[in-house]
Design a protein around this ligand. Sequence first.
Ligand SMILES: NC(=O)c1ccc[n+]([C@@H]2O[C@H](COP(=O)([O-])OP(=O)(O)OC[C@H]3O[C@@H](n4cnc5c(N)ncnc54)[C@H](O)[C@@H]3O)[C@@H](O)[C@H]2O)c1
Length: 332
Amino acid sequence: MKVLVTGGAGYIGSTICSALEDNGYTPVILDNLSCGRREFTIGKIFYEGDIGDVDLVERIFFENPDIICTIHCAALIVVPDSVARPFEYYQENISKSLLFFKKIINLGYPKLIFSSSASIYDDSENYMVYEDSPLNPRSPYARTKYMLELIIKDFAVAYNFKSLILRYFNPIGADPNYRSGPYIESPSHLLGKMITAYKNNEIFKITGVNWDTRDGTGIRDYIHVWDLALAHVQAVKHIDDILNSPDKNYEIINIGNGQGSTVREMLNAFNSVVDKPLVVEETESRPGDVAGAFTNSKKAKRLLSWETKYSIGEAISSAIKWDEIWKAKIRR
Ligand SMILES: NC(=O)c1ccc[n+]([C@@H]2O[C@H](COP(=O)([O-])OP(=O)(O)OC[C@H]3O[C@@H](n4cnc5c(N)ncnc54)[C@H](O)[C@@H]3O)[C@@H](O)[C@H]2O)c1
């Protein structure tokens, strides 16, 4: 059985493709390589092209009529870039997804698993968010995810479009078999910055130590990307049972590990798996920073029969090892 994965050459999409393969599914990748890596598509069915190219989408389904559902990862994803270039984000993430959704509906393949984001949640008092917690998307990027969720709900009513909306928290690490992983040269997220500081013998800056968290630093829900990928395999398996009646066409599910880790806790976890501890400097928080959030993951467990298996330490170790493998691949 085949599963179409848009954005399947990207960090998360490529990991999902490997997890699908390991579980007996055949991924079919549609990616325009605006960000992703061709290396991640080697040996897989790969269509290089755009989700907005409806003729190509039609050809993919004509050539792969046994596709059972689509996982929609393709998007532009960099928050500061979205502030600088909102037109591109609304065009790539919303306008093209609109065309793409309508096309797969018209072709008779109205089943979708959508990569949404925890960045659409508002701040919550005790930092735990549920699927029905208040929303407050604070960047053009986050607003594209929020708006697509609304579009999906309207399409569910009008066109019988069936969707599982997965709101990811903070994926880290790499495929345990190192087939793919993070590929951004200058990562802006916490673990990427720790690895950069470690490799270059630089000072690691904790930005913000006065939040009202247990140790004053920001808190996030980090999830091993392989656990995240396996949640998609479960979503593919269970989408028909979850959306099993005509009036139930979509479901929103948070995908995180259900426990927040503060920056200091991440730092301790990082230092416990490397040979020399990071040198740390504490600084002010940056404009726009928030204290953070983590999920209650009961719904994911109940609906997807899924829970995380990997520890934060294992995720960090895999990220460090992948970084070495990846750099060696680039140098070759
Ligand atoms: N990485 C995270 O921390 C995170 C967190 C929450 C949600 N998400 C969501 O997960 C999804 C995957 O994220 P990622 O980290 O793998 O990003 P990524 O940039 O590595 O992957 C996105 C992929 O989509 C492709 N793409 C972009 N626009 C396209 C288009 N118009 N047509 C075809 N392909 C296109 C890119 O080439 C890239 O390969 C995104 O939808 C993102 O919003 C990511």
